[in-house]
Write a protein that binds this ligand. Structure first.
Ligand code: DP6
Length: 326
């Protein structure tokens, strides 16, 4: 087979109804469905070429990949080789517009871009649903980043996971919302989302989380359809806070928040009490993401920027799905 190269770009996403826990760790199948919004400008570009070389070469943001981060990419390349019936080693480079490992969903953007670039480079032409299933094997949330705008990732019921794929609910242009992200610290998180959700699954509160998700998914779908920010914001806030509550009750406990995380939440709630609809979400890290209308984004950004120790505030908008660049 001739050596082949492909390059793709994909964007991070913010889960409005969170994925937190797996029904199958080997196939990366979620315990529940989830709903997200793909975010511009949080993009990652990935190039993959097969052929030549004795070993896989993986460069992430210009540095050779080390430890678990490199291992995950290597396992993903093995999966691609199996699917495509190829044996050659690969060269992979990824470059992100966002810092990694701090809870801004860089793994979602990276594995969505890698799924598209890697499958093309390996000679596969996968339709978006199959790409979503492939990206999921790299990182669950990456299944959603294959698509732009509002996206639902289905739990699925099949043991082989073939029905656990994402699908678009509404295009980016459907609703011009903003997600304002406050970077509270750019130190790498101590507990990855993979490990965090494993710990959370053993929490006595975990069964309550699973029971609530179906209702949250239905409410989020309806709110997105009707462009109802209050309804969507309240569901998103509830999903995020419940996810963190499950972790607090785990043994050992899991707490991703830092002091400024809590301060940001209170400032957003104060804004809301004064009449600006704004709703918080927090992932597996200390950063705070705030959902609001476009015209409120400057006010929300200014409020978060005033919180002592907030390093940076990023305003994100609905973004596109994974795209092939070359
Ligand atoms: C809190 O997709 O990073 O961001 O499947 O183990 O790679 P793995 O986990 P990952 O987890 C994301 C968790 C979350 C919520 C979400 O994005 O739905």
């Amino acid at each position: 087979m001739p050596p082949a190269t492909a390059t793709a770009r994909a964007h991070a996403n913010l889960a409005l109804v969170k994925y937190w826990g797996k029904r199958d760790a080997a196939l990366n199948l979620p315990a529940t469905g989830s709903i997200s919004l793909t975010l511009e400008p949080l993009a990652v570009e990935a190039s993959v070429s097969f052929g030549g070389g004795e070993a896989d070469r993986i460069l992430i943001d210009g540095e050779p990949a080390e430890g678990e981060e490199g291992e995950r990419v290597r396992r993903f390349l093995d999966l691609l080789r199996t699917e495509a019936g190829r044996r050659e080693r690969a060269t992979v480079t990824t470059r992100g517009a966002l810092p990694r490992g701090i809870g801004l969903a860089s793994s979602a953007a990276s594995f969505a871009a890698l799924a598209l670039a890697g499958s093309r480079a390996a000679g596969l032409r996968l339709e978006p649903p199959a790409l979503s299933a492939l990206a999921r094997r790299g990182s669950g949330s990456a299944a959603r980043s294959i698509f732009g705008g509002f996206v639902e990732w289905h739990r699925g019921v099949r043991p082989d996971g073939l029905d656990s794929i994402a699908e678009p609910l509404a295009a980016p242009g459907h609703w011009d919302l903003r997600v304002v992200a406050a970077v509270v610290t750019s130190a790498r998180k101590a507990v990855s989302s993979r490990e965090g959700m494993q710990r959370a699954t053993a929490s006595p509160f975990y069964p309550a989380w699973v029971t609530e998700v179906e209702a949250d998914l239905a409410a989020a779908r309806a709110a997105i359809r009707g462009r109802d920010l209050e309804a969507l914001g309240l569901v998103a806030e509830h999903s995020a806070l419940t996810m963190h509550a499950v972790g607090l009750a785990a043994r050992p406990p899991l707490l991703y928040w830092r002091g400024p995380t809590v301060e940001c939440v209170h400032r957003v709630w104060a804004l809301r009490a004064e009449g600006t609809p704004a709703f918080v979400s927090i992932d597996a890290g200390p950063q705070v993401k705030v959902l609001c209308e476009a015209d409120a984004a400057p006010r929300v950004a200014a409020t978060l920027g005033e919180v002592p120790s907030v390093e940076r505030v990023l305003v994100c908008r609905p973004g596109p799905g994974a795209e092939l660049l070359a």
